[in-house]
Design a protein. Structure first.
Length: 234
């Protein structure tokens, strides 16, 4: 029998619903949905780069109200999956990455190569959804676009979750016999801060763009009204 934890069929959508409709803690929601707590916090703070339509886990049978009530009454309580979702097997091959994110892959690969040299090419390929040829080209700087590649945290880029990255690094470190140097928490904290800042900057940029668009529309409407007045006067 597998000891692998079971998560909701649509973890981000489920987490969004739990944030909006319950008083569960971020830790409880993250644990139940298999997400990093920072992802849940970003949803709650409306900083998430992507908006998710909430998915009711009660309706799907993955949770019931009694289980949610237990969690709300005790912040340390770990929610239990009531009915596991039907598993969907994925065909072998690299991870699918949305077209909008594919241009960010080289930056994510370069970041892993620089910060976690113990990770194998096979692990990177599985996490990011790329080929060993691409990884090798970035490593030896023969990639056709090497001049424009800037190492960036793949979590920040949205190429993987923090949980997936942490699991991969831990597995690689264990295989390589690398002991915890005590700096992991500080590195993770820096990554969290960077992600929050990037999400905040993205939200501010969107708000600024919306404000400028509104001002332009208002100016266009005012100009059209003045022109109409001129035609009427004549």
């Amino acid at each position: 029998m597998s000891n692998q934890p079971t998560y909701p069929l649509m973890p981000h959508a489920t987490a969004s619903w739990l944030v909006d409709n319950t008083a569960l803690t971020f830790e409880q929601i993250a644990e139940f949905c298999g997400l990093h707590i920072l992802e849940v916090q970003a949803m709650a703070d409306d900083l998430a780069g992507q908006k998710y339509t909430g998915r009711d886990p009660i309706h799907s049978g993955e949770l019931n109200q009694a289980e949610i009530d237990k969690g709300q009454a005790n912040p340390d309580y770990k929610l239990k999956m009531q009915r596991a979702p039907i598993s969907v097997s994925r065909t072998k091959g690299p991870r699918y990455t949305p077209v909008s994110k594919r241009q960010d892959k080289p930056d994510g690969i370069a970041w892993i190569l620089r910060n976690h040299p113990e990770v194998s090419d096979a692990q990177i390929g599985k996490l990011i959804g790329t080929t060993r040829t691409t990884i090798a080209a970035i490593r030896d700087r023969s990639h056709w676009n090497i001049g424009n590649i800037n190492p960036k945290d793949p979590v920040t880029l949205g190429l993987c979750s923090q949980r997936e990255l942490d699991a991969m690094v831990a597995k690689a470190a264990k295989r390589a016999g690398i002991e915890d140097d005590g700096l992991a928490d500080s590195r993770l904290g820096s990554d969290r801060d960077a992600l929050i800042e990037e999400l905040r900057a993205e939200r501010e940029a969107q708000a600024k763009a919306a404000s400028e668009a509104a001002q332009e529309a208002e100016a266009a409407a005012w100009l059209a009204a003045r022109r109409a007045e001129g035609i009427s006067d004549s």
